[in-house]
Structures are given as structure tokens and as C-alpha cells.
Design a protein around this ligand. Structure first.
Ligand code: ADP
Length: 387
């Protein structure tokens, strides 16, 4: 504590030898002391702090001196610490982000490589899963898409093979019978008309097949709209069954019918024709060696509906197959001898048409015993002229 001018001040630093000159320097810098006034300044290599406080009506001065070199060196070492810490943090964050980016991008890079191979037609590829949920989901979805594309390609190849086979059979028949007329039966009216009938029937089958393919794409593309009207389902079913007469005469097929008289329904007649035709065709194609097909059309009064059912005595459909038969292009793998053309589209067309009508339909089948395909039509008591 050193007093000057009747006042007092406190020195916390070492009291320098030239203390008096320091104090007078400070007094010259602090012009007119007032309460709470403070100044900071440096002289030479000392940092000085001076302030004035009033206590017990007495004015006191606080004076602190600190060597500048200590502050400068601690600021410097602080700066060095900060720079080193910042540099280490930058390097660590760079390394972490690089590793993270690698970890995220590696599976994506793998996937894009796999997708490129798939785009070239290699469906044996497999999208690898990853630990990140989103990427794992993406790889699952891509695997699913790949499986579906593979299936679709196989189906299309199979369809092409089936269609070309099914087109070739009637064409061969037409050509063979035309040659027979030219060479053998040309002058025999009875034989000639028999042979001409075969040609006409085969041409009809051909037309049916082509129509089926066209219909399938039209129906499944949802292009055609329903044109509903009331019609006589009994007569209509008979008229479709007539198309299979040639099988009774030429291939010993036996059709057993149990059809109620004069039943009317409301539906798109042309499309229901495709449904009934396709179901009977399948029964013909897949029935057993007895070549029997049972067609029934019965009124179910308690439900006010007409049940159409077609039964065959074939080898039936396994539970596993049942879930696929309505799919587009699905065809059983066995090389079953089919008297009626088949494209693997028939049941898919049936499904699309019946779903559009909201009619109940389905299949019951027992392996080794045969299958029953059924459709429930709404019964309409009013006749077309009364509508
Ligand atoms: P396609 O008969 O031309 O193969 P469909 O779509 O009509 O095509 O039938 C799909 C598949 O359903 C058939 O390949 C066959 O495996 C099965 N299927 C259809 N109808 C029957 C049936 N009545 N008996 C046994 N299997 C059938």
C-alpha cells in the first residue's frame, strides 16, 4: 500500500523499484478520477490496470501491473493449442466422414453395378443387403423387381413358344386337309365337305387363338368397358357349347349337361362368352382319359343367383398351383396334350372379366380326381323386353 496525495492505492504485483514514476505516469494518464473509473494501458512490457472506488466516503485506487510477456506467451500458447485442436478435429472429422461416406456409398455402388448387369439381361444377379435399413429395403425391393422381371421374361418366352406352337398346329392341319382335297377328295362331295369342315374348324380355332391374345392385352390393359345387358344365360351357354361339338364328333369327347331352362342375367354378354368358353376349353384340355366334361347351370334360389360350373376328371390342381393359375401367362409345366389351344392367358382373362363384374368365381379341385371351376351370376327375373 502506497499513499499519495492523501489517498491510498493497492498494488498486487511486485512493487517495482521505480514505483513512484509508475504512479505518477498513471496519475497523468487518469485525468480526473471519478468513482468506478478504470483504465488499462501498457508501458514498455507491463500491462497496467487502474481503477477508482469510493469506500466509507474515502476514495481508493486499485492498481494492477502485469508483465505483458507472460500474457503474450500464454495467448500464443493458447493460439497454438487452438490451432492444433482445430487441425486434429478437422482431420478426425474428415476421416470419420470419409469412412461414413465409404460405408454408405459402397453398397450403393455395388447396387448400381448389379443394376447395370441386370439391365444387360443378367437376371442371375443378386442385390446385396446392407446394414442401413433404407439401403437394405432398397436392395429387397430391387431383388423383388428383378425376380418379377425374370418371371415376366420367362413367361413371355414361354408364351411365344406356346403361341407359335399353337398357331402352327391348326396351320399344319389346314394345309394337310387342303392338300387332301386337292389330291384325293376333290371329286367326292361327301369327303370334300368333311375335309372342308376340318379346315373351317381349324381356321376358327386360329381366329379364336388370335382373338384371345388380342383380348388378353385389351382386357388386361383395361381398355374395354363393360357393356351390360340382360340376356338368356341358358341359351347363351348352349350356343357356346356348340363350339365344342366338333370334339364330340372327331375326338370322342363327352359333354354332360345339367342346365336349367330360361335363366336370365345382367352382364356383358360378349365377355361372359369368353369366360364360359375359356373354362370349358380348360376342362376339355385337362380332363382325364375318359374325355368327360360336365357343364351345369343351376339356379340357387336361396342366394338368388345362377351357378355355372364346369367339371373335369383330370389330375386336378395342387394347392400350390391354385394360387398361380389366375396369373397372366401362367401355364403348368407339364406338356399336356391340349385339344384346344392354350396361351396361359385364359384364366387371367376370366379373372379380369369376372372381377370387373364383381361376380364370385373360383375353383375346387382334388388332386387325381379333377377340378370344378364355377362362376355365380346374378339372376334377373325381368326379360330384356321388360327392362
Ligand atoms: P392354358 O390352359 O392356356 O395353359 P389358362 O390360363 O387357361 O392357360 O390356365 C392356366 C393354368 O391353369 C394351366 O396351364 C393349368 O396348369 C391350370 N388349369 C386350368 N384349368 C385347369 C383344369 N381344368 N384342370 C387342371 N389344371 C387347370
Amino acid at each position: 500500500m502506497v499513499s499519495f496525495d492523501g489517498e491510498a492505492y493497492i498494488a498486487t504485483a511486485e512493487t517495482p523499484s521505480d514505483w513512484e514514476s509508475v504512479v505518477s505516469d498513471m496519475c497523468s494518464r487518469v485525468n480526473g478520477w471519478t468513482d468506478k473509473r478504470a483504465v488499462i494501458y501498457h508501458d514498455g512490457n507491463m500491462l497496467n490496470y487502474a481503477s477508482c472506488v469510493v469506500f466509507n466516503r474515502q476514495q481508493y485506487y486499485l492498481f494492477v501491473r502485469y508483465p505483458l510477456s507472460i500474457i503474450v506467451s500464454s495467448v500464443r500458447s493458447m493460439q497454438i493449442y487452438i490451432i492444433v485442436i482445430a487441425a486434429v478435429a478437422i482431420v478426425i472429422s474428415f476421416v470419420i466422414s470419409y469412412l461414413l461416406a465409404q460405408r454408405i456409398s459402397r453398397p450403393i455402388k455395388n447396387m448400381s453395378g448389379t443394376a447395370a448387369r441386370m439391365a444387360e439381361g443378367d437376371y442371375s444377379v443378386k442385390f446385396a443387403s446392407a446394414e442401413y435399413q433404407e439401403i437394405a429395403q432398397l436392395s429387397d425391393t430391387l431383388n423383388y423387381a428383378k425376380d418379377e422381371m425374370k418371371k415376366s421374361e420367362e413367361f413371355q418366352k414361354e408364351l411365344l413358344a406356346n403361341v407359335s406352337h399353337d398357331l402352327r398346329t391348326p396351320l399344319t392341319m389346314i394345309k394337310a386337309y387342303a392338300s387332301m382335297i386337292e389330291e384325293i377328295s376333290g371329286n367326292d362331295p361327301v369327303k370334300r365337305s368333311q375335309h372342308l369342315k376340318v379346315i373351317i374348324d381349324e381356321a376358327d380355332r386360329l381366329t379364336g387363338l388370335v382373338n384371345d391374345i388380342l383380348n388378353a392385352s385389351k382386357v388386361s390393359a383395361g381398355l374395354s368397358e363393360l357393356n351390360k345387358k340382360v340376356f338368356n344365360l341358358t341359351e347363351f351357354t348352349y350356343s357356346i357349347m356348340n363350339k365344342f361339338d366338333y370334339l364330340q364328333q372327331t375326338a370322342d369327347y363327352k359333354f354332360y349337361v345339367d342346365i336349367d331352362a330360361d335363366m336370365y342375367t345382367l352382364a356383358d354378354e360378349e365377355k361372359i362368352g369368353q369366360v364360359i368358353y375359356n373354362l370349358i376349353s380348360n376342362a376339355v384340355n385337362y380332363t382325364g382319359d375318359d374325355k368327360s366334361v360336365y357343364v351345369s347351370l343351376k339356379y340357387v334360389p336361396e342366394e338368388n343367383r345362377i351357378r355355372f360350373a364346369v367339371r373335369d376328371t383330370g389330375k386336378g390342381i395342387s394347392e400350390e398351383e391354385k394360387s398361380h393359375i389366375w396369373d397372366r401367362y401362367y401355364r403348368s409345366k407339364d406338356t399336356h396334350n391340349r385339344p384346344v389351344k392354350g396361351t396361359g392367358l385364359g384364366l387371367n382373362i376370366v379373372k379380369i372379366i369376372l372381377q370387373a363384374h364383381s361376380f364370385d368365381f373360383g375353383v375346387r379341385s382334388e388332386e387325381g380326381k379333377g377340378s370344378i371351376f364355377y362362376v355365380d351370376f346374378p339372376e334377373v327375373s325381368s326379360r330384356p323386353d321388360e327392362v
